[in-house]
Design a protein around this ligand. Sequence first.
Ligand SMILES: [Zn+2]
Length: 175
Amino acid sequence: MMNSKEPINQNSSTNPSKRPLVEIDKPTTLIGTLVAIDHTSLCYRVCSVCEKTLSDNTNACKYCNFKNSFNPGSSGSRRLFRVLMSIATDKQVFVVIMFDRAARVLFGCSADEFFDFAKTHPFAAVTASKALEGEMLRVTLSQPKNGNAQHLRVVSVVPLRSGFQSAIETLRELY
Ligand SMILES: [Zn+2]
């Protein structure tokens, strides 16, 4: 019998005495429940030409000299999903980061579409996160290539519930 009295540790780095949650050098697939999504930051902006991250409040990309300043109305940037979430298996809880391609599976739209929807529906991010929490998922995780990244990365995600609805579908029904 498993008796898990351990508190859920949202941040594995606060507990250095423990071994890393997963030690993997190639992608690992597991089945778990989506416990929580950090709805305060679901996406980030990138240059629409080179896809490098843009700092806030600017459309001018310093990497490829994409000159957008002459024409501020044109779109020099687009949004990509970057979602921090925790997934519980029967043994442990992982905090993982999910980028655009995988996140679209759960959200059912592009980050720009989601952001546009959220502009007119202020609680969309919270509602979407709540709607996805509790979903059973098959996720493939990999160690981040960037040595400084703290979180395992979701390479792919497959919702397992037969009646699964993407977040945007749920939102369109609600609003
Ligand atoms: Zn660029």
